[in-house]
Design a protein around this ligand. Structure first.
Ligand code: C2E
Ligand code: MG
Ligand code: MG
Length: 755
């Protein structure tokens, strides 16, 4: 039996044949002789054994079968005629048994009939030896049959080997097949995963609001554009795939040359980052940011360009808005100072190149804007500014620039005018238009403006100088009575320079101890006795001599210097009065009036400083009277009432100075804790000549008395005025008629003279 032995990974091991012996050699071959004649058995067995065969003998068919149970021979020599089971029958039995059917059987028989021989072959015999047999013949036939059997076995063996090999190959093929199937399955899985990942990528790309694109370099052709294309470009993707130039064609004509030039250098630079406009089929213009990169193969040859396009329209709009906001006034939408100065600068440069090209700058300040703002509120004030902006725009050509500098200040740049009259005509037109009433909601407002004009022909170098001079001229217009224009001239400039110089000197004046106080007596009108003084500030300039407070106080207010200066005045006045009080007991009954500026009471720690000064100088608040103006009351409303009450809490009295000069309404006077009203000298001095002024003084006096306040008449210069004031019941007077402001020693003599 052939048993193939496999190992799973290699060729089968050498196959082997399981058999009972080596059939190839006669010496080992086993031969069973079946014959009922002992002589035959003997002769044959001796002969065969001599030849080296192993011999078994059986005298009958049944014995032969028993022998075969024990050992299976390689050949059987079988006698036909035997008692019991004859040769044919035994042969047929053996051939029917799978264990014995392959054993070659040579019949031995005395029968030499062809029929017998045929019968022998039919029974399964392989040869036939006729008795009496020739031993050589027997040996020869035995040898033949054994050889034949060996050959058969060999063939069987080879067949088995072949079979084994076929099986092995088949198995191998099966294995390969299995492996292939596995690989195919894996490949299919990979492909599936790839497809899924492609789908995912496609999904991601399509969910982007930006256009992802890819183009081949040679030929130049769009390979891919993501679905955002339709939204960003307003065109189907297919249009771009069919026409590679379309991406360039849709670029705004103004941007295209720049972009074409940039693309030209793309293969060299390797990447680009561009911003440009496109025009959608609807005509809408969108801003795009296009970033692209060149993709190279392993030989550094450019093969593809990949890019991403973002729609940056919103960002660009926001930038433009920011840019616009940076250059425009939020309230009126007019250009602001920055843009205006830029335009003036350009106009200046242009006029330098073209000498005939003249321009003018107008500086406009509304005259009573503050009053509108304070009385009608800031919202109305804002509305008024918007209306004024429109009026100004209406008065100009489109080529002119009107800007809002700040608050109620506007500027105008008039370009391309022939001479100064071009500017004055516009100024007149503006004044005329502003003179008409303006209706804001239900309110009718009257407004006017002061306009300063500067003309370009004067050889300016800087835009700021033009604006400065227009501003100076505007102030001149205000000084001249407002609601008018003034043209800048050199005299104004020198005046301004003088002011600037004064400002600088004023900064040093405190340290240089250039300030002094003068004391103007205040007289009780019924008794004509001295009841106190008003402390008036004097500045002795080292070069210019004495400068009037009317001149330098506004400068001190503009620069904020009024705060330290004003503090010095309070301190110095208290210190001086204290000295007098210590020298003269009668001075204790005197009251000293001290002027305050608006900024002083607005300063955060004013009350504390006041308390400190009282403490430091040992002054009793009862001896002081602080003079405030109507404007200070109007400016600060409730806040002012609070501060004034705090002053009163220090026992200091309050006077309302220059009453009648400002715009204060008599109706709200009672709201403030004021003790005294000082009637402005303009009414007092004109009292004798104009009945109207006399009536005003009377009204003010009556009102003051009604409100429980005293009255001081300022600027009393004549005995007649004194007499008139007395008849009106005015309590106090101050003026040259009694005394000019006195220096310390003169004031002291006056006190000393008091009984
Ligand atoms: P004021 O407070 O109304 O002071 C009265 C001004 O009228 C003083 O002018 C005084 O010299 C002047 N005067 C007095 N009697 C007569 C007269 O009979 N006829 C005429 N024509 N004038 C008379 P002064 O000293 O030049 O002061 C002018 C203004 O300067 C003051 O007006 C006041 O508003 C301001 N001022 C003076 N000193 C100070 C100060 O220390 N602080 C503040 N904030 N302002 C001051
Ligand atoms: Mg005063
Ligand atoms: Mg006054």
């Amino acid at each position: 039996m052939i048993v193939p032995v496999f190992n799973s990974s290699s060729e089968p091991l050498q196959s082997h044949v399981e058999d009972d012996g080596d059939m190839q050699t006669a010496t080992q071959a086993k031969i069973l002789i079946v014959d009922d004649l002992p002589d035959n058995l003997r002769v044959l067995s001796i002969t065969l054994m001599k030849q080296g065969y192993q011999v078994q003998c059986a005298k009958s068919g049944s014995l032969a079968l028993s022998s075969l149970q024990i050992s299976v021979p390689d050949l059987i020599l079988l006698d036909i005629k035997m008692p019991g089971m004859d040769g044919y029958e035994l042969c047929r039995t053996l051939k029917a048994d799978p264990n014995t059917q392959d054993i070659p059987i040579i019949f031995l028989s005395a029968l030499d009939d062809v029929f017998d021989k045929l019968k022998a072959f039919r029974a399964g015999g392989v040869d036939y030896i006729t008795k009496p047999f020739q031993l050589e013949e027997v040996l020869a036939r035995v040898k033949n049959q054994l050889a034949l059997r060996a050959a058969k076995l060999e063939i069987c063996h080879l067949n088995a080997k072949l079979e084994q090999r076929v099986q092995y190959r088949t198995h191998q093929l099966l294995m390969v097949n299995q492996q292939l199937e596995q690989e195919i399955a894996e490949h299919q899985q990979t492909e599936q995963r790839l497809r899924e990942s492609e789908k995912r990528l496609e999904g991601i790309l399509n969910s982007l609001e930006d256009v992802v694109w890819s183009a081949s370099v040679q030929p130049q052709q769009i390979l891919y554009m993501s679905s955002a294309t339709e939204k960003v470009y307003g065109r189907p993707i297919a249009d771009f795939l069919q026409n590679s130039n379309l991406r360039l064609d849709v670029i705004h004509p103004e941007d295209r040359p720049r972009i074409e030039q940039a693309i030209h250098s793309l293969l060299e630079s390797g990447s680009l980052d561009l911003e440009y406009r496109i025009i959608q089929p609807s005509g809408e213009i969108r801003w795009l940011s296009d970033r692209c990169y060149v993709i190279y193969d392993q030989n550094r040859i450019p093969v593809r360009i990949d890019g991403i396009v973002y729609d940056i329209t919103d960002r660009k709009r926001a930038e433009a808005q920011l840019f616009h906001d940076a250059l425009h006034d939020a309230l009126t939408g007019l250009p602001n100072r920055v843009l205006f100065m830029e335009r003036v600068d350009q106009a200046l440069k242009h006029s330098k190149r073209h000498k005939d090209n003249c321009f003018a700058v107008l500086f406009i300040d509304l005259d009573r804007f503050k009053i509108v703002n304070d009385s009608l509120g800031h919202a109305m004030g804002d509305q008024l500014l918007i209306v004024v902006a429109h009026i100004l725009e209406d008065c100009l050509r489109t080529t002119d620039t009107v800007a809002r500098l700040s608050g109620d200040e506007f500027t105008i740049l008039l370009e391309d005018i022939e001479d100064l009259s071009g500017a004055t005509k516009i100024a007149e037109r503006i004044l005329e238009r502003l003179a008409q009433s303006i209706t804001l909601n239900d309110h009718t407002v009257f407004i006017s403006a002061s306009i300063g004009i500067v003309f370009s022909s004067t050889g300016y170098e800087q835009a700021a100088d033009l604006l400065r001079d227009a501003d100076i001229a505007m102030y001149r217009a205000k000084e001249l009575g407002k609601a008018r224009y003034a043209i800048f001239d050199q005299e104004m400039y020198s005046k301004t320079l003088k002011l600037l110089q004064m400002e600088n000197d004023l900064r040093l004046a405190l340290d240089r101890r250039e300030f002094l106080l003068a004391f103007q007596p205040i007289i009780s009108l019924p008794t004509e006795r001295l009841i106190g003084f008003e402390a008036l500030l004097r500045w002795h300039h080292p070069e210019l001599g004495s400068i009037s407070p009317a001149e330098f106080i506004p400068v001190a207010e503009d620069t904020g210097l009024i705060i330290p200066i004003g503090e010095w005045v309070i301190y110095e006045a208290c210190r001086q009065l204290r000295i007098w009080q210590q020298q003269f007991p009668q001075a204790n009954a005197l009251k000293l009036s001290i002027n305050l500026a608006g900024q002083q009471i607005k300063s955060p720690n004013f009350i504390q400083r006041l308390e400190q000064i009282l403490a430091e100088t040992g002054m009793d608040g009862r001896c002081l009277r602080l003079e405030i103006t109507e404007t200070m009351l109007m400016d600060q409303g409730e806040e002012t009432i609070q501060i004034l009450s705090e002053i009163r809490a220090l026992n200091i009295q309050l006077s309302l100075d220059d009453f009648g000069k400002g715009y204060s309404s008599l109706s709200y006077l009672h709201r403030f804790p004021i003790n005294t009203i000082k009637i402005d000298q303009s009414f007092v001095s004109q009292m004798s000549t104009e009945d109207e002024n006399f009536e005003i003084v009377r009204t003010i006096t009556t009102l003051a008395h009604t409100l429980g306040m005293d009255v001081v008449a300022e600027g009393v210069e004549t005995a007649h005025q004194l007499a008139q004031l007395k008849t009106l019941g005015c309590e106090f007077g101050q003026g040259y008629f009694f005394s000019k402001p006195l220096d310390v020693s003169a004031a002291m003599s006056m006190i000393a003279g008091l009984s």
